[in-house]
Design a protein around this ligand. Structure first.
Ligand SMILES: Cc1cc2nc3c(=O)[nH]c(=O)nc-3n(C[C@H](O)[C@H](O)[C@H](O)COP(=O)(O)O)c2cc1C
Length: 331
């Protein structure tokens, strides 16, 4: 039986499971597979080279699912920013109802553009204070990333076990728990900690439909919870990536006090993308979280989501209820 939460009701989806925006991964095959399985799939705007290409990708995704899906717009700290407003206009023109935002405070311009059109904004952040200021600015859902997450965990290093209830104590709007989620135990725990659903990135990369080379999917199965590196710490733009030859070079360069300019070539996005397509897991950096330690197979999105829901239900109805009924239940 599905879980009904504020997230399933607001987003009009069957299960409280969202696939977060993922550069180079969040394309129509990925997003439509998650939406068709009853979650919320999300296209990643900047994976497309232009706003026109995003418009085409939205149309392609609409041809692959009749269920709701969203678009992620991540505002990066960069000197030559892409035309974010053109991407946002493609979202509006494409009839998209749900947008996930992330990134620098400049993201507010995107909210101001989208909100008058009734777009539901999911804003991803990594601190309670940022969640509260986004809530005050009128976003609809907070997606809060704990320290475990792939991508940018922020600089506070607060794991989900603390960050989620701390956010739930203060934030009034629905909350998605993000970072480190990959199975039914995580979903049950997130709901217990005060979230209304979960957001997953890494776990969805290790699915049949993820548009990346099989070597990366297998690497996530083979890796464990220690297989990540934190890079860009010394530049105060921390990113959690899969531990590989390149991430280790970056960590070594940073501990030697090297400036960003000296690692820029190693970490550039195009290099990461080339690796994801060619299958060379040591070619560039690629985002992955500690949840790799909980990934043991490469299922379809449907099998994965069904399993997460069934396992979470079994935990709540069986394990937890059993304990209250006086039974000492095994995990
Ligand atoms: C390959 C990959 C690429 C990502 N790219 C983005 C991105 O472009 N924008 C963004 O907001 N988050 C990005 N993320 C973060 C995810 O949306 C999500 O917040 C994160 O993966 C959650 O942690 P988890 O991997 O432990 O599930 C990315 C994550 C992965 C795994």
């Amino acid at each position: 039986m599905p879980f009904t939460t504020r997230i399933t009701e607001l987003l009009e989806i069957e299960h409280p499971i969202v696939q977060g925006g993922m550069q180079w991964v969040g394309t129509a095959p990925m997003a439509s597979a998650v939406s068709n399985a009853g979650g919320l799939g999300i296209l990643t705007a900047l994976t497309q080279p232009s706003a026109a290409a995003l418009a085409e990708e939205i149309a392609r995704c609409q041809s692959m699912t009749s269920k709701p899906f969203g678009v992620n717009i991540t505002v990066f700290p960069t000197i030559n920013p892409p035309d974010y407003k053109a991407y946002a206009q493609a979202v509006l023109d494409g009839g998209i109802r749900i947008v996930e935002t992330a990134g620098t405070p400049a993201v507010r311009e995107i909210w101001e553009m989208l909100k008058p059109h009734g777009i539901v904004i999911l804003h991803k952040c990594t601190a309670v204070r940022h969640a509260l200021s986004a809530e005050r600015a009128g976003v609809d859902v907070i997606s809060i990333d704990g320290f475990e997450c792939a991508g940018h965990p922020g600089e506070d290093d607060i794991p989900g076990l603390i960050l989620l209830p701390a956010a739930a104590d203060k934030v009034r709007i629905p909350i998605l728990a993000s970072g480190g989620f990959g199975d039914g135990r995580g979903l049950a725990a997130a709901l217990a900690l005060g979230a209304d659903g979960i957001n997953m990135g890494t776990r969805f990369c290790a699915t049949v439909e993820a548009p990346i080379h099989e070597h990366f999917k297998q690497a996530m199965v083979d890796n464990d919870e220690r297989s990540t590196d934190l890079i860009f710490r010394t530049y105060r733009n921390t990113a959690r990536v899969a531990k590989n030859a390149i991430s280790q070079q970056v960590v070594a360069a940073e501990s030697g006090g090297k400036p960003f300019a000296e690692v820029a070539d190693l970490v550039k996005g195009v290099r990461g993308r080339e690796g994801l397509l060619s299958g060379d897991t040591d070619h560039g950096i690629w985002s992955a979280g500690m949840v790799q330690g909980l990934i043991h197979d490469i299922p379809t999105c449907q099998v994965l989501i069904d399993r997460i829901i069934a396992d979470a239900e079994a935990i709540v109805r069986g394990r937890m209820a059993g304990m209250l009924a006086g039974e000492a239940v095994m995990a």
